[in-house]
Design a protein around this ligand. Sequence first.
Ligand code: AMP
Length: 282
Amino acid sequence: MLIFKKIYDLQHYLSIARKKGQMVGFAPTMGALHAGHIQLILEAKKQCQVVVASIFVNPTQFNDPKDLEKYPRTPGKDLEMLLAAGCDAVFMPEVSEMYPPGKDLTLHLDFGPMDQVMEGEFRPGHFNGMATVVKRLLDIVQPHHLYMGQKDYQQLTIVRRMLYLLGAPIALEMVATMREPDGLAMSSRNMRLTPDMRAAAPVIYQVLSGVVERLQGGGATVTELEQSAMQALAEAGLRPEYVDVVDAYTLAPVAEWRPDTAAVVCAAAWAGEVRLIDNVVV
Ligand code: AMP
């Protein structure tokens, strides 16, 4: 496995692979890797001859400086895990390599309401920063396939829209959420949970699964289900920010669910000092 810190060196390596006709798969991450991230690599290996991961804690997508400061960093373990998974190349740039001083790389795309709802409402500027870094990484790596997790459903939907708006010839592959045995979605942030909050956190997945079941069962309105889910999260000791049933493609609120509605139930909740998100596709 090769480790690159400089764009030029990574691009030189990839240009040779492309000349050989090899397919390039790419999984961007912020490090502190777990089995969910590794699943992206394993899926990429099924389709691509060259698999590239990036580890870059992107400062522009953190609206809260404390969150950026506290974001876990475990580079040694990350590299061991990527090597064991059969990753071919890792891109670990410095901030100055990604954002050269004096050069404004901010992406200006209109995502409509898609980046204003849910995470967009509670983390202003987050998706603009995320789209900017993903665009920058895609320009550098120029992959054939891009691998992202369902765990960050809104992020994936916005990236899908971005690829469409840019006319980028990249196939976006969604990888299902990897969970702990008790249902908690794997996340780099989980390692910051206190024992009490770790014990409470699986309720998020239980509550979201319950909403899906009750939607499909009929009898309750979407609003009633969202409200009772918020209440259940609060009763379990979490501080929920939202539970929203949204259209799976546009992320518009679903007012009334019908069996042919492609929807996703998304939630964000604080477990002590740690903000967790999860979703279940209906
Ligand atoms: P992050 O390092 O949190 O920015 O995540 C990097 C990528 O890994 C994103 O595409 C995430 O959606 C994906 N990912 C994170 N957690 C999981 C998980 N539990 N299962 C599957 N993919 C995940």
